[in-house]
Design a protein around this ligand. Structure first.
Ligand code: ADP
Ligand code: ASP
Ligand code: MG
Length: 417
């Protein structure tokens, strides 16, 4: 990859949690960067995540003192892991004789909106990095973090360091953005769940985005969206293998024709799924629109919606899925709304312990049998389907969490191998 570009090409590399998980691994990454610097690459920016397990530990610490914590204090706590990684990576580079400048979001200027824990990057000040390059220094930048124009710390959502890297690559007009992780690239399913999943060498942005949004956590959805919007080439590779090892390249569709032939390119699993059901609704009721508007203002995304009429009475019932991590906030907001507006006869129930399994592929556009095969394969293996939704290029089913791995394996076997 590097040999195709001049030595002064700008390259952004991102290293995820496992890649910087302990001292040995940090030194290993620093050695790779040092080799590149010594080979003459002069404009490198490195984005790092918190060490694996660290962000979870910080989330638990906040929850111990306030299970409902959110907003500024929450983000300030959970962003701390990236600060440590940046400092350690810069120190490790210095130990290898490479100049490094460490940056948190606030001392670089990674500006976001103020939607805490789901913030979106709006602008990045690249001057300190470019000044560092003139001085021969590699920039080491904290992923996941941002600041509002009022200098409040924000975070980009779990897994958001990928997005930090691609946003930085766009801001720096990089030749490409390299996502270094603990697998060889994007596979046809999570290789930890489906043992014979295959590496997808060339992946279209559209399929990559759909897979990321539907739970394949190797890429953060927003990073693919940004990559597609700004035509930033993305490479996903394994930190722990040699540079010439296999990898995934994410690119526009016409360059990734090999995928076109496949009806289903990948099967994804999202365990972060819960369901809210609102019952007792009169036919012309405003309740659902009030509720969806309220959830929208809280940044809670409503996913699959089912609308039906229980046979027992004349009322309607609406069920919808939300992220499990949004369930408490959504439940509280809906409860408050019902109390304030005094909706008569309306009841709310919630269900967690669910998961969403999806089959994704642009080939579905011209292939009609996917829904039937999905139903047949799952029910044939005794897996019950709770909710279902389809679009031109995906089919998603909500199943019990206990069936999640099995459902992923069954759909992979049905459509891919
Ligand atoms: P990092 O810490 O490097 O950001 P993540 O844990 O966020 O890494 O993402 C990598 C993990 O994503 C892999 O270890 C793998 O288990 C999981 N994963 C889920 N779906 C896929 C897929 N389709 N292809 C590759 N990895 C996947
Ligand atoms: N450290 C953050 C997380 O665990 C961001 C990331 O790893 O991308 O979600
Ligand atoms: Mg990640």
């Amino acid at each position: 990859m590097y040999s195709q570009f001049p030595k002064d090409a700008v390259v952004v590399q991102k290293y995820g949690g496992t890649s910087v998980g302990n001292a040995e691994r940090i030194k290993n990454v620093a050695a790779r960067i040092a080799r590149q610097v010594k080979a003459g690459h002069s404009r490198l920016a490195v984005v790092v995540s918190a060490r694996s397990g660290e962000t979870n530990r910080l989330v638990e610490m906040v929850n111990e003192v306030n299970p409902q914590a959110s907003g500024k204090a929450y983000d300030m706590a959970v962003a701390a892991g990236e600060q440590v990684s940046v400092a350690l990576m810069a120190a490790a580079l210095e130990a290898q004789g490479v100049k490094a400048r460490p940056f948190n979001a606030y001392n670089l200027g990674i500006y976001t909106d103020d939607l805490h824990s789901k913030a979106r990057i709006q602008h990045i000040n690249t001057k300190p990095i470019e000044d560092g390059w003139k001085d021969g220094a590699v920039a080491v930048v904290a992923g996941f973090q941002g600041i509002t124009p009022e200098m409040e710390l924000t975070t980009l959502g779990r897994g958001g360091s990928d997005t930090s890297a691609v946003a930085l690559a766009v801001a720096l007009k990089a030749a490409f953005c390299e996502i270094n992780t603990d697998v060889d690239g994007v596979f046809t399913a999570d290789p930890r769940i489906v043992k014979d999943a295959r590496l997808i060498k060339d992946l279209d942005y559209e399929v990559a985005f759909e897979m990321a949004s539907l739970g394949s956590k190797v890429l953060h959805p927003r990073c693919v969206e940004l990559g597609a919007k700004f035509k930033m080439p993305l490479t996903v590779r394994n930190t722990f293998t040699p540079d010439d090892h296999q990898r995934t390249r994410v690119m526009p569709f016409n360059e990734a024709d090999s995928i076109e032939a496949l009806v289903v390119a990948g099967v994804t699993l999202d365990r972060n799924v819960a369901k809210i059901t609102i019952s007792g609704l009169a036919k012309e009721s405003q309740v659902i629109s009030d509720i969806f508007q309220k959830l929208g203002t809280l940044g809670v995304n409503v996913d699959i919606i089912v609308h039906d009429k229980p046979s027992t009475d004349q009322t309607m019932r609406v069920g919808f899925s939300v992220a499990k991590t949004d369930l408490d906030a959504a439940g509280r907001a809906i409860g408050k709304l019902i109390e304030e507006k005094k909706y008569a006869g309306v009841t709310v129930s919630t269900e967690s312990g669910l998961a969403k399994v999806s089959a994704v592929g642009v080939g579905m556009r011209s292939y009609a049998g996917v829904a039937g095969r999905t139903f047949a394969a799952l029910t044939g293996h005794g897996i019950g389907i709770n909710m279902i939704s389809t679009s031109e290029i995906k089919i998603s089913v909500v199943v019990d969490e206990k069936d999640a791995d099995k459902a992923t394996q069954v759909l992979h076997a049905e459509f891919i191998k």
